[in-house]
Write a protein that binds this ligand. Structure first.
Ligand code: PLP
Length: 437
């Protein structure tokens, strides 16, 4: 059997690729049907935070599925959702405590946008609807999440279906240090240009994930943009789908800065990478407004507050705490970062950046001018394929420089990664780089 289109009836994510069949996984490794082991240096798509196949998560899922697999969130509450919300509230600051559970990051961002809009509507300021986002950015693939995403190659085909939201440049300390995008000035200019009475929210990944490549903006940037949001009554939505749940060495990446978002969105690693679970967390002031008005959030999906996915979330949160894995992520992130910086010996390595265990290596054609490779060279794709053949999984991203060009890989292993695994990984990275240049 060949795992490719059209021999298999799977509508594959890539239609010209022959797929390798994975049969099992454990810790940081995935095994294919031929017995070859792959080091999962990207946790899939930055999802597998606690390692593959953790028995505690499997037990939580099957335990919940045997006792109370499904009830509808409009008819009942249950222990799994109550406990997960309470345990998340313990690790979240201020009044940012009220959790609404969904399935994917895209859905949770859509819900966050609707919540921002409904809040202003119920407050009697119905003119506020625009959401300002940044480029590059990624907030998901459903239509509103895609409308907000600054990722041209994902958007171009669907242009007529997308909502036109204002977008500003994301901070890029590597290529454009000190510019208005890096200082935060751009946000104020854009709010004023749009008219503050029309702007409902600003959405941003506090530490930017794969769309820009683990970019860590300055503290001053977030000080300024959060002040600007307050000044103009604009809600701050922090998209922590990739960077949240410990990935950057703190529970949430906004904690590296001095602000608290009004709405937080997280997903991916929140459930150990086992079943789809995402969350929107709101400040109390926003929920109060709805409670005093319509009395409900005008959003619903069949699996909202699902018992089984929430049970996986509780087991993951407890596992992270019990094994001090967020602290470990910070420690091993230092080790990984130091070793990745050694890759600068290769002239094609333009930048190495990141936080915790979320790192990116950006490749350039010319290190002096920072000129990217021509897209036709498919450098990131060729490198990722070479690494895969050598038994390591990386996540690549292209197009972040100007919407077309730009090559980077994300390195985001499980928090359980060992020193030796990092050493072996770096060796493989170097060997693969030598093969493609
Ligand atoms: N937001 C960010 C920052 C992401 O990285 C992603 C996925 O990579 C999403 C949203 C979308 O999440 P999902 O793929 O679960 O819909």
């Amino acid at each position: 059997m060949s795992y490719r289109y059209p021999e298999s009836f799977v509508f594959y994510r890539k239609l010209n690729k022959k797929f390798t069949k994975a049969v099992s996984s454990q810790g940081c490794f995935i095994l294919d049907e031929n017995g070859k082991r792959y080091f999962d240096a990207a946790g899939g798509a930055v999802v597998v935070n606690i390692g593959h196949a953790v028995p505690e998560i499997a037990d939580a899922l099957s335990g919940q599925a045997r006792v109370l697999p499904y009830v509808n969130g409009t008819q009942f509450t249950h222990d799994a959702v109550e406990t997960l919300a309470a345990e998340l509230a313990e690790i979240l600051p201020g009044t940012l405590k009220y959790s609404y559970f969904l399935s994917s990051g895209s859905e949770a961002n859509e819900a966050a946008v609707k919540l921002a809009r409904q809040y202003w509507y119920e407050k009697g300021i119905a003119s506020k609807w625009k959401i300002i986002s940044r480029t590059p950015s990624y907030h998901g693939n459903t239509l509103t999440a895609l409308s907000l995403s600054g990722r041209e190659h994902y958007r171009s085909v669907f242009g007529p279906l997308l909502t036109e939201f204002p977008r500003i440049a994301a901070p890029d300390p590597y290529r454009h240090p000190g510019c208005k995008a890096c200082t935060g000035e751009l946000l104020e200019e854009e709010i004023v240009k749009q008219g503050p009475e029309t702007v409902a929210a600003f959405i941003a990944e506090p530490i930017i994930g794969s769309s820009a490549g683990a970019v860590v903006p300055s503290r001053e940037y977030y000080q300024r943009v959060s002040e600007v949001c307050k000044k103009y009554d604009v809600l701050f939505i922090a998209d922590e789908v990739m960077a949240g749940m410990g990935r950057t060495g703190k529970w949430f990446s906004f904690e590296h800065f001095d602000f608290i978002p009004d709405i937080l969105v997280s997903g991916k690693g929140i459930n150990g990478g086992v079943v789809p679970l995402s969350v929107l967390v709101s400040k109390k002031e926003i929920v109060d407004q709805l409670a005093a008005g319509s009395g409900y959030f005008n959003h619903a999906q069949t699996y909202t507050h699902s018992p089984v996915t929430c049970a996986a979330g509780i087991a993951t949160l407890r596992y992270l705490k019990k094994h001090k894995l967020v602290e470990r992520c910070a420690e091993m992130g230092e080790v990984l970062g130091n070793r990745l910086h050694d890759l600068r010996e290769f002239p094609v390595v333009g930048d190495v950046r990141g936080k915790g265990l979320m790192w990116a290596v950006e490749f350039v054609q010319d290190r002096k001018t920072k000129a990217p490779f021509a897209r036709s060279e498919k450098f990131a794709e060729r490198f990722t394929e070479a690494v895969f053949q050598n038994g390591v999984i990386l996540w690549n991203n292209v197009g972040h420089v100007d919407g077309t060009n730009g090559d980077l890989v994300m390195i985001a292993p499980p928090f359980t990664v060992s020193d030796q695994e990092i050493e072996d990984f770096i060796k493989c990275f170097k060997k693969s780089l030598e093969q493609v240049i």
